[in-house]
Design a protein around this ligand. Structure first.
Ligand code: TYC
Length: 101
């Protein structure tokens, strides 16, 4: 196309997609001590004592609790860190991730 052309461009301008956020979900079990769960939540997810305790109790009572949402890689890394902390201490602590709707 020359500089003097009056034709309209047919190029489509696509906006970059916003990265989809992923939930990190705490799963209850019968063996991991409550205090240990709270400690891990504070350390890995930078929660306050009150926030960590509330999420631990929600999982304890209802079976699961969303801890927080992050981009996929951060969510997966934090879930792995929490699971590993449980394994190192001999507890079956389970944390999963899933994309937000
Ligand atoms: N249910 C555990 C107990 O009674 C405590 C617990 C809470 C464990 C939440 C895991 O994700 C969890 N010791």
């Amino acid at each position: 196309m020359s500089d003097t052309s009056t034709e309209k461009s047919t190029k489509t301008i696509t906006k970059p997609e916003k990265p989809r956020l992923h939930k990190v979900i705490l799963v209850n079990d019968d063996f991991t001590p409550r205090e240990f769960v709270v400690t891990v939540l504070k350390k890995v997810f930078a929660l306050t004592e009150d926030e960590a305790y509330a999420r631990m109790m929600t999982a304890h009572t209802h079976g699961v609790c969303t801890i927080a949402v992050y981009t996929r890689e951060v969510a997966e890394t934090k879930a792995e860190d929490a699971i590993e902390a449980g394994q190192r201490a001999g507890f079956p602590l389970m944390v999963t991730t899933e994309p937000e709707e």
